[in-house]
Design a binder for this molecule. Structure first.
Ligand code: ATP
Length: 272
């Protein structure tokens, strides 16, 4: 079983063990898993079933991975689209895509619908400026009405992700639509250690040498996202391949750190 490989049951094959640094958000995620495993029983427990979950956090902190892990743990299908895929030039196309997506989900419930970059679609009408148009309005309205249309035991959980929850349209944020908002932070040292360990397991074909100290690496990389930490290990593996090494050494890792940090800093350098 490997990260992101769809299984025969249509699920993602991703589990919480693949996600590092979940910290105390795990309880909330487990509740969603329990619901998806048996929506009717969950409803009969008088517990409030989750409907809409908004994952907010910087790029690369694992929002998509977490949504996939919830589906994988519950072994339910996962329907993913990017907000930008709903924004079309022709009026009515985006709304039809929203309708199709929710229709497919209802037929295959319990399941998760995941919409990444929800801000592409659900940005505040004022902020959208010239991009405000009839097509976008129709698409957003269709999404709102689909979100409102769930019955508590329908077994469909709508998960959306954004880097900019502050830009989202108030209609989308109204109570009852996203009943759970979970902020995904950049990992702390322990989280970074977990992520590096999880990533190094997936990169097993590039064996890490015994001199590679992931705990020290986690200490040395404050502020990096999960995606950036993954990049460090990927780059280190490439470095080992380039010099024809049998395994990844500590020197490969720190050369990779230099390259990844340069790549992160470059965009913020002032123009000269
Ligand atoms: P974006 O906002 O850019 O869509 P995201 O928050 O959805 O980013 P992901 O796409 O889930 O981030 O993360 C990208 C990759 O980074 C993952 O596939 C995984 O390899 C790695 N990654 C990120 N966060 C974690 C984490 N907490 N644990 C393990 N791996 C992680």
């Amino acid at each position: 079983q490997s990260k992101g490989n769809a299984r025969r049951d249509g699920s993602t094959g991703v589990t919480f063990a693949d996600v590092g640094g979940l910290g105390n958000t795990i309880g909330e995620m487990m509740q969603v898993v329990e619901f998806l495993k048996d929506p009717k029983q969950f409803a009969s427990l008088d517990a409030k079933p989750p409907k809409g979950i908004l994952l907010e956090g910087d790029p690369g902190v694992g929002k998509t991975l977490i949504a996939k892990a919830i589906a994988g743990e519950a072994r339910v299908p996962f329907y993913q689209m990017a907000g930008s895929e709903f924004v079309e030039a022709i009026v009515g196309v985006g709304a039809a895509r929203v309708r199709d997506l929710f229709q497919r989900a209802r037929v295959n419930a319990p399941c998760i619908i995941f919409v990444d970059e929800i801000d592409a679609l659900g940005i505040k009408r004022a902020e959208a400026g010239v991009r405000t148009n009839e097509e976008r309005e129709q698409t957003l309205n269709q999404l709102l009405s689909e979100m409102d249309g769930f019955t508590p035991d329908s077994g469909v959980v709508f998960v959306a992700a954004t880097n900019r929850a502050d830009l989202l349209d108030a209609a989308l944020m109204r109570a009852g639509r996203f009943d759970r908002k979970i902020r995904i932070l950049r990992p702390d040292e322990q989280g970074r250690r977990e992520i590096l360990q999880a990533s190094s397991i997936h990169a097993r074909k590039h064996r890490l040498g015994s001199d590679v100290d992931l705990a020290q690496l986690a200490k040395d990389l404050p502020g990096l996202s999960g995606a950036e930490l993954g990049n460090v290990l990927n780059e280190a593996a490439l470095e080992a391949v380039r010099r024809d090494g049998a395994e990844v050494t500590q020197a490969d890792v720190y050369n990779a750190v230099d390259r990844v940090l340069q790549g992160i800093r470059r965009p913020s350098l002032p123009d000269s």
